[in-house]
Design a protein around this ligand. Structure first.
Ligand SMILES: *Cc1c(COP(=O)(O)O)cnc(C)c1O
Length: 367
């Protein structure tokens, strides 16, 4: 190894050209950079109520044991998830956030040169995990901001190994109905793994919205990804999971880091699953906040993409980045989505009523 010559890097080709994920700006960073106080963040689809009381209690108790490694098999948590969703614990794969499940699926099933199909305007992690394994992303143009399943089916070739579907999708909030999605999955060959990303499932109130977990017994190459980061309010702990046929789960578990879910996350997630009151309050607050935001947009004459999640993308008469910067100066953090091919939109997370009001007032001022 040379101690003097400049190292030019030998990363694999996919990684060399990779654009890292851009997270929402943390409140502390904004306050530090702009010298302001009392900023609010409506940028990362977090639960404005925070974690529930049961999860907080479980965390306090679990703290006593953090010198110990977590249960690598996640026995208690897998059992609780399995019970809640009516599956066998062997169908569950625990993830360090559901992001981990997306990545495990790519690492398990996709080689360099293979193809991965997903929609335009879909979640930014899909292209990242695809490129990291040296595969080719086949990005299918969206229809009315949502997934065009016919076009996605037509995009599947002999080289396709994986399809990502976000239902509902982030950042558009669009969703797929039971019949159309069931038809799509049924048409795919078993050689194509489908990752059905249901990060916002708990928020959706549409009667035609499908619970993908119910299909996992029928389709051996389907994995449904869920998370505790959104409606359960545990984003900081990093806890998600996959539900699939046990054979697929076994494969995912082979490449999973043995202790990928820490002990605090496991304890909190078990408790959060039991806290149906907190989930119900979170849902109700979200429904009210969504009506508040969309009503505010209408009053301002702004168009938005109807969303079933805990966020909504609003269309602006100015570039989204420009409005984002102006809002930052007023201490309001939302999410620019130009990197999602949506330069004239901003995505805003449903917050507490007073946060939604402050955002709407600030938006009216900066426009
Ligand atoms: C937030 C989000 C996730 C997962 O987040 P984790 O915190 O890693 O569980 C997955 N998919 C979509 C579409 C999301 O918006």
């Amino acid at each position: 190894m040379s101690a003097t010559r400049k190292w030019t890097g030998t990363a694999v080709p996919g990684v060399r050209g990779l654009e890292p994920y851009r997270p929402g700006k943390p409140v502390e960073e904004l306050e530090r950079e702009y010298g302001i106080r009392g900023a609010i963040k409506l940028a990362s689809n977090e639960n404005p109520l925070g974690a529930g009381p049961r999860a907080m209690e479980a965390l306090a108790q679990a703290l006593a044991n953090i010198a110990r490694y977590p249960d690598g098999g996640g026995f208690a948590l897998k059992s609780a998830i399995a019970r809640r969703h009516g599956v066998d614990p062997a169908c569950v794969t625990l993830g360090n956030g559901s992001n981990d499940i997306l990545e495990l699926a790519a690492r398990c099933f996709v080689s360099a040169g293979d193809e991965v199909v997903f929609s335009e305007h879909a979640f930014a992690v899909y292209p990242i995990v695809t490129q990291a394994v040296g595969a080719r992303a086949v990005v299918v143009p969206a229809r009315d901001w949502g997934h065009d399943l016919d076009a996605m089916l037509a995009a599947v070739t002999g080289r396709t190994r994986l399809v990502f579907i976000a239902n509902p999708n982030n950042p558009t909030g669009t969703w797929l109905r039971r019949t159309e999605l069931a038809h799509f999955i049924g048409q795919l060959p078993d050689s194509v793994v489908v990752v059905l990303d249901e990060a916002y499932a708990e928020y959706v109130e549409e009667p035609d919205y499908p619970n993908g977990i119910e299909w996992t017994g029928r389709y051996p190459s389907l994995v449904v990804a869920r998370t505790f980061s959104k409606a359960y309010g545990l984003a900081g702990l990093r806890m998600g999971f996959g539900i699939s046929d046990p054979v697929l789960a076994d494969l995912l578990n082979r490449v999973r880091q043995p202790f990928n879910v820490n002990s605090l996350a496991q304890a909190a997630a078990v408790a959060a699953l039991e806290d149906t009151g907190h989930l119900e309050r979170s849902r109700r607050l979200n429904g009210e906040g969504m009506r508040q935001l969309t009503g505010g947009f209408r009053a301002l004459g702004l168009r938005f993409i109807p969303s079933v999640g805990n966020f909504v993308s609003v269309e602006l008469p100015l570039p989204g980045r420009e409005v984002y910067e102006r809002l930052l100066r007023r201490g309001v953090i939302v999410r620019p989505v130009d990197n999602y091919g949506m330069p004239h939109h901003l995505r805003v997370t449903v917050g507490l009523p007073e946060e939604n009001s402050r955002f709407l007032e600030s938006l009216a001022q900066v426009l």
